[in-house]
Design a binder for this molecule. Sequence first.
Ligand code: NAD
Ligand code: UDP
Ligand code: UDP
Length: 312
Amino acid sequence: MKKILVTGGAGFLGANLCKKLVQQGHDVLCVDNFFTGSKENIAELIGQKYFDLMRHDVTFPLYVEVDEIYNLACPASPVHYQYDPVQTTKTSVHGAINMLGLAKRVHAKILQASTSEVYGDPEVHPQSETYWGRVNPIGIRSCYDEGKRCAETLFFDYWRQHKTKIKVARIFNTYGPLMHPNDGRVVSNFIVQAIQGNPITIYGDGTQTRSFCYVSDLIDGLIALMNTPEEVTGPINLGNPVEFTMLELAELVIRMTGSVSQIIFQKLPEDDPKQRKPNIDLASKHLNWQPKIHLEEGLQETINYFRKVLLK
Ligand code: NAD
Ligand code: UDP
Ligand code: UDP
């Protein structure tokens, strides 16, 4: 049994991760300030013997004793990370410094939830880990993109300078149960709109692409990365390499929900990446990992989840 800290543990990925780690028999400490996460997400864990919940903001120091740290704290949806952009950068940068300082003090292994956003609006397609990216340093997405890039820098400097045991995962668009209905990201928006019979909002002309990974696959990838030998630091892409346009996604969601919703086109947000698709050769080589759940199967689970949540 390992003592494992999950920051951002009450969020979408964090709550799914906490559940899996408790299931595997570990002693899990979930730390969250509930900015986008909620106690509801981890309700079934609260009160269990090997689960603790602490309300805490990672931009402040944290003194606990653990063996492993999954650093997930950070709003991930553009709507939420742009709501208080200064806090978003602080969360990524000060949060990384504090969690690395903690890992260094207690000799814990630490995994960073980085993102495909470090590639920005990429001109290399699909994106491999060797690509340095094309990120606007002063745009509305920069608080998130540059915050995450700086966090990666800190991870690699703690590794070089202090021999801290690091793992960096570059996560591509992931969806599934425990996303908040008002999360604002595309999969949850489309499903909630379709179920409620509201217009499906496509930003731009819908030809931009993303590659969607189901949450159970992603969580397996994160845990596999944490369990690699010490020399495997990453960065390693984790995502599903099957690429869709937003128009295809909208049509699929309408068909699968049997919705009467119409598609409407709205303004494309500034700096919205035109294409995104991971090259997952490294994950396949080092983690023997690849996604198992096809989009339709994952969407069905997610639609079932949102139907239940919206009924409440
Ligand atoms: P989410 O918004 O559902 O979860 C983030 C969690 O972090 C929330 O519970 C929030 O309350 C918490 N949090 C935010 N700021 C905090 C702070 N200062 N101190 C403590 N807790 C804080 O998002 P998610 O999709 O679960 O993403 C989790 C992590 O994975 C994020 O770091 C995100 O950047 C990364 N990621 C996610 C995706 C994806 O598609 N889901 C893709 C790339 C990267
Ligand atoms: N820190 C923390 N928990 C710990 C150890 C450190 O939150 O258990 C924070 C501490 O506030 C510090 C940061 O992590 O500012 C970086 O720690 P480090 O030891 O790398 O640097 P220093 O203490 O010299 O600033
Ligand atoms: N998007 C959309 N309608 C929505 C929400 C998002 O068309 O209601 C688009 C968005 O412009 C982007 C893609 O879907 O091109 C993915 O957006 P999301 O916010 O999910 O993630 P990210 O842009 O960070 O990949």
